[in-house]
Design a protein around this ligand. Structure first.
Ligand code: AMP
Length: 191
């Protein structure tokens, strides 16, 4: 089973993806994590995307589609969770084509529904927790970048809700509840 977790930054995609990895042996494909890894290790691509990411803008479709293509070609027995991908209609089309080419299907698109007030609080808390734990906050977990990330989401990613609804693949889940309630709701959808 392959699924997409769709939702704005701070909706809980990464948290819920982690549960699915533990419970179902699925493989989480987070393009954000892959790009941060490239940034940290200082690859050519990492250097190219660093500023764009820190500002909160989307990197090019070509780069993220390339990252996903590599992973899909490797396959996964437990299935893939796409977390933070696709984020544009072009990426959604590319994902459909890649899955078809590799003989795989897209089984569910779960939209984590939240409101903006909660997102800002969650992201600010995530930054504080990272620092309290002795680490550093994500470079884009600040109010300035968050505003841009939200705008990018509404302009470029939210059209995917209609796109997957029209394909009959979309299920909305209330992302405002307690983490375990959201987890149970997702489990109900996936069966
Ligand atoms: P995330 O960890 O999913 O919040 O992603 C962090 C940042 O990485 C985003 O703000 C974008 O700059 C970049 N990014 C991650 N995934 C994508 C994607 N699918 N398309 C374009 N940019 C992405």
């Amino acid at each position: 089973m392959n699924i997409i977790l769709l939702g704005p930054p701070g909706a809980g995609k990464g948290t819920q993806a982690q549960f699915l990895v533990e419970e179902r042996g699925m493989v989480q494909l987070s393009t954000g994590d892959m790009l941060r890894a490239a940034k940290t290790s200082g690859t050519e691509m990492g250097k190219r995307v660093a500023e764009v990411m820190d500002r909160g803008e989307l990197v090019t479709d070509e780069i993220v589609i390339g990252l996903i293509r590599e992973k899909l070609e490797q396959g996964s027995e437990g299935g893939f969770i796409f977390d933070g991908f696709p984020r544009t209609l072009a990426q959604a089309d590319a994902l459909g084509a890649l899955l078809a080419e590799t003989g795989q299907t897209l089984d569910h698109v779960i939209e984590l529904q939240v409101n903006d007030d909660v997102l800002v609080d969650r992201i600010v808390n995530r930054a504080k927790e990272a620092v309290a734990a002795g680490g550093t906050a994500r470079a884009d977990d600040n109010e300035e970048s968050l505003k841009i990330r939200l705008m990018e989401y509404y302009k470029k990613t939210s059209p995917l809700i209609g796109y997957y609804y029209a394909k009959g693949a979309l299920t909305g889940v209330d992302g405002l509840g307690a983490i375990d309630d959201v987890r149970a709701e997702i489990a109900g959808v996936l069966g």
